[in-house]
Design a protein around this ligand. Sequence first.
Ligand code: PMP
Length: 399
Amino acid sequence: MKLLDRLRAFSQKHAIENSESLSPLGAVIEDLYSATEGSINGRRTILVGTNNYLGLSFDNECINASHQATRNFGTGTTGSRLANGSYSSHQALEQELGEFFGLPQAIVFSTGYMANLGIISSLVSPGDTIVLDEHCHASIYDGCKLSGANIIHFRHNQAQDLEKRLRRLGEQAQHALIIVEGIYSMLGDRAALQELVAVKQKYDALMLIDEAHSLGVLGETGRGLAQEAGVEEHIDFITGTFSKSLAGIGGFCVSRHPELNIIRYASRPYIFTASPSPATIASTRAALSIIQNRPNLRHQLWENATTLYNGLQSMGYELGPEISPVIAIQVGPREEALSMWQKIFDRGVYVNLVLPPATPDSNCLLRCSVSAAHTRAQLDVVLDAFAYFQDKLPQQQLA
Ligand code: PMP
């Protein structure tokens, strides 16, 4: 009973059970019309919180590839690769990821969450140290916890603070793993990668970058922030997900180190779970090829991100520090944030409501993620929905 009491207290604290209206944690999409529009609560709604950056979830090539794979290989793999064996398509995708990044080693995981869990927990052990940016994603934190290593945070994007912490480690810094993200999922800002890599080089540590939100989004060929910043040769491990630009489900790690392959035999989140389904591998392979062949999608994404960011900024909203496909809007206290989220939904727009402790600094956020598939007309509806609040919110909520 005590355990269940605790769950009920959790539910009250986080206002999870909200019977009379739509809950931000429980929206049900009854129908999807495209990558950017669906039906929620019986209402046609523009989706601006999907992370579907390139809009590929409805791409014909991806859909046809997954149909074909289901016909040929069935609906599921029904087990782990170590136990049941790999499908040739798992290996083909690993080969293609390696070629895409120009790196010799790649491992596919069942989700991006598991990629971080599996890689971090196999690389470092109790007695080692992980130094991670404080804004890192929960999957990175969970991977750190699973590893049993010492965990040290450095101040968000502050290379000097990273250096201070490595200096304090002395000799041990050489055995440290530094973890950062390409684009941070909460505020949409890029890691200050050149400066962070310079510190990493100075202390001879290893660096892992999670390019979950930057794959297909940044870099000349869409490889992410490390490519854009020109530091790929200094990165030891890149993790990422298939669930954003690649519009599927799954995760990966690529590396220049041959030792990555050994992780397959050591990583519990790789070994003890079913491998990705044939359909998801096939659509991901198609999407990876589209990232390389249709750079116009990336250009359109940035045009859309710029339109939305500039539009919201000109209304006076306080946004994340730079233009990005992840646009975080600082809103007031919890009750007002909930009410604003609801009213925006009433105007036919679904954005993510992010409440503490998931937010970086105890502020509530409305988080938009822009897609290349958003039309200008849809972006105008989103801007109109936010414009409604311009003169209604207390001044301190606007920048
Ligand atoms: N890393 C980051 C930075 C993320 O934002 C996410 C998901 N939001 C993940 C990893 C996990 O990816 P997945 O959805 O594939 O588990």
